[in-house]
Ligand binder design. Structure first.
Ligand code: ACO
Length: 318
């Protein structure tokens, strides 16, 4: 299969910083409860002028600016994919609005995708397929969410987890950059739900059986990673960074321990962003790139899990 490489990244944090103490004024909770159970210290909520579309555009613009600084052009982009379960607009799709705002070519493939928190990884798999057909073009992949608009602030076990934001990556075909991935779906409609358009109501709220999600996640991460390693022939020790969906520090610690991998090789920024679903992995990649943590040639293992129940993992070379 065609290799792929991420050649530029960008992110757009939502405007409002909401600390645990701030949330404790709205919800019967405390900084101590949230921090010890989840590792989250603060998250960001979309401001009055923001929604998933504006966040997606901000992240995409940052990635495209970086692409152009590296001497490539936005006219090379042949696909825009936006992973989200909280779109600001159903029609037009967020991807079409990104195309317009960034002045991208009209002869491109534009599509929103929903695989909940696994969405960015599913998007990478689609980029691989699209770039196999058009290796001379680039794909712009965005993960964007405004989940604060879909939570019930009366449900303290759920609303404290989520945050808003967007991350983006420009993906190129990479003959010398093998890409291996594995995905799965359990088809569960109870454990994690967010109702859509329905009689007498708009979308939301997100509901979750926290302990079941926890159990699912700590199983899904090692399972996904093992399936990818079986394809690539790499070992856990060949992987420089594990960049997982940022849901909960305890989930990631549990997965690291189960695989016998030092926790330090699991990047975490959920203390500052909370769980931003499809946006969490591209925000993490952009943050790591900006901090100089990612070096050319390093091997990354990405892993996601979420509503569906879906899971996925992918190994790529930076
Ligand atoms: N503040 C204070 N107390 C709380 C809060 C809160 N925010 N939420 C729940 N509690 C209370 C409960 O009412 C309960 O009290 P009781 O014992 O008096 O009845 C007690 O804390 C324990 O509740 P549990 O729900 O059993 O708490 P648990 O230890 O399971 O932690 C949590 C809850 C943090 C949600 C945990 O289950 C978890 O992390 N689950 C995974 C959730 C997750 O990451 N979801 C997203 C992944 S998928 C995706 O990204 C879409």
């Amino acid at each position: 299969m065609t290799g792929i490489s991420i050649i530029a990244t960008g992110s757009q944090p939502a405007a409002q910083v909401v600390t645990n103490d701030h949330l404790a004024k709205l919800v019967d909770t405390s900084d101590q409860w949230i921090a010890t159970r989840t590792g989250i210290r603060q998250r960001r909520f979309a401001g009055p002028e923001e929604d998933t579309t504006s966040l997606a555009i901000g992240a995409a613009r940052a990635a495209v600016e970086q692409l152009e600084k590296a001497g490539r052009g936005r006219e090379e982009i042949g696909a825009v994919l936006v992973a989200t379960f909280s779109p600001g607009s159903l029609v037009p799709s967020t991807a079409c609005l990104v195309q317009r705002e960034l002045g991208l070519p009209e002869d491109l493939f534009a599509l929103d995708i929903n695989a909940a928190c696994t969405g960015f990884l599913s998007g990478l798999r689609l980029c691989q397929g699209l770039l196999a057909q058009q290796p001379e073009r680039l794909a712009l992949l965005v993960g964007a969410e405004a989940i604060s608009r879909l939570v019930d602030f009366g449900d303290r076990g759920t609303c404290i987890l989520f945050g808003d934001g967007a991350g983006a990556a420009v993906v190129a075909a990479g003959p010398d950059r093998p890409f291996f991935c594995a995905f799965g779906t359990r088809g569960d409609g109870e454990v994690l739900r967010c109702p859509g358009v329905r009689p007498g109501g708009g979308p939301g709220p997100v509901t979750m059986e926290g302990r079941e999600v926890f159990r699912f996640a700590v199983d899904a991460i090692p399972k996904g990673i093992a399936a990818v390693l079986a394809q690539s022939g790499s070992s856990l020790w060949d992987i420089d960074w594990f960049v997982c969906h940022q849901a909960n520090a305890r989930i990631l610690a549990h997965a690291a321990k189960a695989m016998g991998v030092p926790e330090e090789r699991f990047f975490m920024d959920l203390d500052r962003y909370g769980n931003t679903s499809a946006a969490s992995i591209p925000i993490a990649l952009d943050e790591m790139a900006k901090k100089g943590l990612l070096k050319k040639g390093q091997r990354l293992m990405l892993a996601g899990f979420g509503g569906g129940l879906t899971w996925g993992a992918a190994e790529l070379i930076w």
